[in-house]
Design a protein around this ligand. Structure first.
Ligand code: F6R
Length: 615
């Protein structure tokens, strides 16, 4: 899951590629590099570290003059992050250069073959093997670059989005894709390449999304040629008009993308239900569900597959779907599901949840479900992403670009879409009556406003973070609908502040985690006045008896918990079913402020990447 950028045209390729890399840093940031051709010489500049380090290095080398360039921001898979393993990689002749996002699984055997034929390798990467394989094929066959790339890819097992150029033909970029995303931006006498459209949005809103198994030759002043890697079949070039704005991908005055995205949640949720939740008519319109309503109604069960935060949204959805539709729901880690020979039938409906729409494990789970004739429905944020295309039908979350690596608005908008689905199905199956339906849609319509009010807890969350920022451990507890919220709260804290945190159902505490509690342990408890409030109050008593520090998220006006807890954060009153949409917010803000106070890189935590396109 690296970011790739390319340019060919009449502008200065170095600045376009460099700026593009900055926009794609969310995909990986342990090393970066770019390759330019100045008409005489291939200039490759690369370094361990972030794009800013690359920019500095480029200033000292002064190698910037070029109308063709490719760049890469890396999240290491093969070979540790260092200068030599950074991309771009070039062939032994120094004439072919490549950037690659993905993994070549059979690279070792190809590398050994190439070594026998005299090739030498400077890096430990799978990518350097591929560029030399392309060169070997070119030398043997005298084929054009696109065809040599195609033949090389036929020998490859794995996943890739690549861009290659040959300094002997500097008017052409060749790109190909299998399993990793690749977009081509079309300008006037110029072309752009990106892992997504953000590197070129300021120049053009016309783009082609390459499909899996396709290779394309992008030549200056000529139409793009796309064909299938397997069978040479030419494919029609489908140009899309993009509607996303560049502004939406920038920070807009906030210190970090994460904070901006936390604050965007009221508008993001409005965008999620806009045009779908029609409170006046008392209906929910969702074409993806309506067109397939029989499949959902007759489903023996719903299996949700996802990873990380999306998996937590799936757990919340399990409570909501089972309650409102009475269809059994199972929530599976996609990475486990894909490898454990799961029982799937044509009577199952699979819901795949993914913000990026590119997560490799979720994609693999979808493939298995389809092979077993199940109906697969996607809940994705990124429009046109691979999961959105690979599923039979779906519903977008419309959260807008999420750049902060820690997922925030993706989570609440996923829950919103899944709630809309549950409500629609509940009514269709008659497992809920009109009164319950109307009560829930009326309240859902008020959630953005209540969320705005909830965001007022920002200062309190910061003050609490100041008290506990040096803790070694932290527990998050919740019951029912708010148990997955506890899991999500713990994930947020550990991924951005590197404090060890665990989420538990509150009642499970006494089966083990209670042993951890002492006067140094902060325990964040979601204790709203719904569900099993009294039981949660008892759990808080148990913590206090062991001198633990309680930070409680309570309903506005709460008296009982306020007397017990060390700190409280109030949220507005809402229905239990919808409460995760509000209780999540203080937990996100607490993690955010803790990480900021600890001087951590909030938007790009160590070892993580926004989109996990490798397993
Ligand atoms: C956590 C986080 C990850 C993702 C996970 C799945 O903040 O962002 O756990 O939720 O990698 O990603 P998507 O939703 O893109 O499939």
């Amino acid at each position: 899951m690296c970011g790739i950028v390319g340019y060919i045209g009449h502008r200065d390729a170095s600045s376009i590629v460099l700026e593009g890399l900055k926009k794609l840093e969310y995909r990986g940031y342990d090393s970066a590099g770019l390759a330019l051709y100045d008409g005489q010489k291939l200039n490759v500049t690369k370094t361990k570290g972030k794009v800013a380090t690359l920019e500095n290095k480029l200033l000292t080398t002064g190698n910037t003059n070029s109308s063709i360039g490719i760049g890469h921001t890396r999240w290491a898979t093969h070979g540790e992050p260092n200068d030599k393993n950074s991309h771009p990689h070039y062939s032994n002749s120094g004439e072919l250069v490549i950037i690659h996002n993905g993994i070549i699984e059979n690279y070792d055997s190809i590398r050994k073959e190439l070594i026998k034929r005299g090739y030498k390798f400077k890096s430990d990467t799978d990518t350097e093997v591929l560029i030399n394989l392309i060169e070997e094929i070119q030398n043997k066959t005298q084929l054009k670059l696109g065809e040599a790339v195609q033949l090389a890819l036929k020998e490859i097992v794995g996943a890739y989005a690549i861009a290659v150029f040959d300094i002997k033909k500097p008017n052409e970029l060749v790109v190909a894709k299998l399993g990793s995303p690749l977009a081509v931006g079309i300008g006037k006498n110029e072309y752009f390449i990106g892992s997504d459209a953000s590197p070129f949005l300021e120049f053009t809103n016309r783009a082609i999304y390459l499909e899996d198994g396709q290779v394309a030759a992008i030549r200056l002043n000529k139409p793009i040629k796309i064909w299938e890697i397997d069978n040479n079949k030419p494919t029609p070039v489908v140009v899309q008009e993009l509607k996303m704005s560049l502004e939406a991908t920038e920070k807009g005055g906030y210190d970090h993308f994460m904070l901006k995205e936390i604050y965007e949640q009221p508008s993001a949720i409005r965008d999620t239900y806009r045009g779908r939740l029609l409170t006046d008519e008392k209906i929910i319109k969702m074409a993806g569900i309506e067109d397939n309503i029989e499949k959902f109604i007759n489903a023996d069960r719903i299996i949700i597959v996802a990873c990380g935060t999306s998996w937590h949204a799936g757990l919340v959805a399990e409570y909501i779907l089972e309650d409102l539709t009475r269809t059994p729901v199972e929530v599976e880690y996609a990475s486990e599901f894909r490898y454990r020979n799961p029982i799937i039938t044509s009577q199952d409906v699979i819901i795949a949840i993914s913000q990026s729409g590119e997560t490799a494990d979720t994609l693999a789970a979808i493939k298995i479900a389809k092979e077993n004739s199940a109906f697969v429905f996607g809940v994705c944020n990124v429009v046109g992403s691979t999961i959105a295309r690979e599923t039979h039908a779906g519903a977008y979350t419309h959260a807008g670009p999420e750049i902060g690596v820690a997922s925030t608005k993706a989570f609440t908008t996923q829950i919103t879409v899944l709630t809309l689905i549950a409500l629609k199905l509940g009514l269709a199956k008659k497992t809920i009556n009109n009164k319950t339906f109307e009560e829930l849609i009326t309240e859902l319509n008020q959630i953005p406003e209540k969320l705005e009010e909830t965001l007022n807890c920002n200062k309190i969350a910061m003050d609490i973070a100041k008290v506990y920022k040096n803790s070694q451990n932290c527990l998050f507890l919740g019951r029912g609908y708010n148990f997955p919220v506890a899991l999500e709260g713990a994930l947020k804290l550990k991924e951005i502040s590197y404090i060890h945190a665990e989420g538990y159902p509150a009642a499970e505490m006494k089966h083990g985690p209670i042993a951890l509690i002492d006067e140094n342990m902060p325990i964040i408890v979601v204790a709203i006045n719904k569900g099993h409030y009294e039981k949660t109050v008892s759990n808080i008593q148990e913590i206090k008896a062991r001198k633990g520090k309680v930070i409680a998220v309570v309903t506005k006006g709460d008296v009982t918990v306020k007397e017990l807890a060390n700190h409280v954060i109030e949220i507005p009153e809402t229905l239990e079913t919808l409460s995760p949409l509000l209780t999540t917010i203080p937990l996100q803000l607490f993690s955010y402020h803790t990480a900021v106070l600890l001087n951590k890189n909030v938007d790009q935590p160590r070892n993580l990447a926004k989109s996990v396109t490798v397993e």
